[in-house]
Design a protein around this ligand. Sequence first.
Ligand code: AQP
Length: 344
Amino acid sequence: MPPFAPLVFSGVQPTGNLHLGNYLGAIKRFVQLQATHNCIYCVVDLHAITVPQKPAELTAHIREVTAAFIACGIDPKAHIIFNQSQVSAHAELAFILNCTARLGWLNRMTQFKDKAGKDRENASVGLYTYPVLMAADILVYRATHVPVGEDQKQHLELSRDIAQKFNLDFAPTIAEKGFGEAFFPLPEPLIQGPATRVMSLREGTKKMSKSDASDNSRINLSDNADVIAQKFRRARTDADVLPTEVAGLAGRPEADNLVGIYAALQDTDKANVLRQFGNANFATFKAALVDLSVARLGPIGHEMQKLQADPGYIDSVLKDGAGRARAIANANLDAVKDIVGLLR
Ligand code: AQP
């Protein structure tokens, strides 16, 4: 595999109810990676329409995710923030990669099975091919690193399989056109830290999710201090005190989840949190968790509100980012067309 210039790409769906899991599992990492990498962060609006969306709400949610990116600390000038549908190369490459991906690979995707549920025949074709579009999102920039939450691991593996098969299928023309042994890098998932899978506050074995019917299951980035306090106070726990060692969290999903959240918010690890709170009861720990959450999330929510009050500014950020993203994506898509043998 030839050396590829390091480049970070990731995305968030504008499906409303951005929550603490999206922040700790993904956006917080996006912010950190700016210091060491060139980064492209995308509001993946085409992914959002794989399930029904109300048009006016979708528009508002695209702006909401953009505001969250900026409020959390992503610099739209030094890096790139844009919405997917403004760069048509994503959809074009997705079709070409649909012809590389195998049906058997897609049939193994657990997110499709979860989201389609029992009524699979009635799911959209877009929901089924979602992981191929995700591969195109990443590969159209020839991105090397992809920060995501644990739930996206399988999709990332599929992106690597697609990249590898494309490189093999077209190896002779890839070499002939001067790209060496491989055109696409095999993108590396960055799934790190104590909160890569934040769980529901109501059920410690279920992922915190935007689409959960219960608002009490998640902390939204837009929640105010009172709501955050109320939700954590009501969060399900067990009857025991906190253990002093990480091993003591085994079999206690709710405790493990809250300790992981605290660790991620404090930029530390679970062992250190348990050194501070081992033997404490949940009332004490939850009070500290509320204080820390409000201190970290309060300024973000406030800044998001301010930004969303100026949709003109948000739209200008997306337009500028899309222009810069398009230049990179179109050049790579042209190369793919040349490799495949399509005239342009
Ligand atoms: N609970 C979570 N813990 C850690 N990371 C999470 N992510 C999502 N939920 C958690 C990560 O957030 C990024 C953006 O997610 P997405 O918008 O692409 O959609 P998703 O993964 O389908 O998120 P949701 O909230 O669960 O939405 P619904 O309810 O619509 O399915 C990704 O990196 C994801 O891993």
